[in-house]
Design a protein around this ligand. Structure first.
Ligand SMILES: CC(C)(COP(=O)(O)OP(=O)(O)OC[C@H]1O[C@@H](n2cnc3c(N)ncnc32)[C@H](O)[C@@H]1OP(=O)(O)O)[C@@H](O)C(=O)NCCC(=O)NCCS
Length: 326
């Protein structure tokens, strides 16, 4: 089994001290090489300076405390770009050359002879991607790919998922998933996981749940907690941030996540769990109704909408609740 990349905090120090020529796996190298590199993928970096890099190489670049893999466009002057985009702002210190990319168990080598191919791919793709129409077409193709017909294929690709409560050590996987599609800030998630959701059962308050594949990657996430976390005057436990990655949708993942949260809320002594859902979100409404959630009293629905209106929300929310029977 491949060794796990070092944790982000220790990585920068390690890279600084690593002699030229040495190699290591790095995760969290940004999304500039999308679709070649996606969040959660790892890159194998050979430590070197700018003198060993040439146009068409992929370089690991440091800007402050941030590490990103970019395509090298020129070395004099030093310019880099994302695979589908324009030149990056000037600056950035090259730390090494990316010699391979790893997604799950698949490793794609990037040897020096691949420079011209990568360079041409960058020029061609960024020219196409610059056109808004191309992005619209891409979104249609993506939605088509993730619709019902592709389910058997996606099941094969995603593999078996296991749904469980998140622990403190799941933070890295959670942050990768958050980078893909959550609007919740990383610092909020980190704090909640350390101080509330990731504690031992007897100390835990609220809970977060994830759907993990065999390699520890998250494909779905949700949490239940009281709304004081966000400063809203709504009592009780509410399900929030229920998101399943498009590749894993319509496989029962959301239902599994909410079921797990219901079990935990009940264990913590709650008598009910609530959810507020955009009125036009058919998929979400079906998920909650399918799990026994029923309309909350009109007064609560009204108050919830008022609270969210005051916080800048625009859509009307349907409030559902699942009451536990003894
Ligand atoms: C809503 C969401 C979480 C559902 O996830 P999922 O894993 O695909 O849902 P499940 O496979 O568990 O399906 C649950 C129910 O929803 C239905 N459903 C799922 N996607 C649907 C869709 N696009 N249209 C209609 N119904 C849909 C399923 O058929 C199933 O109902 P059934 O049991 O009656 O057949 C997912 O679409 C998503 O992440 N959406 C974007 C984020 C979002 O809207 N979150 C909800 C915020 S409240």
């Amino acid at each position: 089994m491949a060794r796990q990349p070092p944790a982000a905090d220790a990585l920068l120090d390690l890279l600084d001290t690593l002699p030229h020529g040495h190699r290591l796996w790095v995760r969290g190298a940004g999304r500039s090489l999308y679709p070649l590199l996606r969040s959660g993928d790892a890159v194998r970096v050979q430590r070197c300076g700018m003198e060993s890099l040439a146009p068409g190489d992929v370089a690991l670049v440091r800007r402050g405390r941030q590490l990103t893999a970019h395509v090298v466009c020129s070395t004099e002057p030093w310019t880099t770009a994302s695979l589908l985009g324009n030149l990056d702002p000037p600056g950035g210190e090259p730390l090494g050359r990316v010699v391979a990319v790893r997604r799950g168990r698949v490793v794609l080598p990037l040897p020096r002879p691949s420079r011209p191919a990568l360079w041409l791919a960058h020029r061609g793709l960024s020219a196409i991607w610059a056109r808004p129409r191309a992005r619209v077409v891409y979104r249609h193709v993506r939605d088509f790919f993730f619709s019902g017909w592709s389910l058997p294929l996606r099941r094969l690709f995603v593999g078996t998922l296991s749904v469980r409560l998140l622990r403190e050590e799941d933070l890295d996987a959670l942050l990768v998933f958050a980078g893909e599609g959550l609007v919740v800030s990383a610092s909020f998630l980190r704090r909640q996981l350390r101080e509330r959701w990731g504690l031992r059962p007897e100390e835990r308050a609220g809970a977060a749940v994830g759907a993990f594949d065999d390699s520890g990657r998250l494909h779905g996430f949700a949490w239940v907690d009281d709304y004081r976390q966000e400063g809203l005057a709504l009592e009780g436990l509410w399900v929030r941030s229920l998101v399943v990655a498009p590749r894993a949708r319509r496989m029962g993942v959301a239902s599994g996540l909410v079921r797990c949260l219901l079990d935990e809320a009940r264990r913590q002594g709650a008598d009910r769990v609530r959810a507020d859902i955009d009125e036009d979100n058919t998929a979400s409404l079906r998920t909650f109704r399918g799990l026994g959630f029923r309309p909350a009293p009109p007064s609560l629905t009204q108050r919830t909408n008022q609270e969210w209106d005051a916080a800048g929300g625009s859509k009307r929310l349907v409030v559902l609740e699942r009451v536990f029977e003894d």
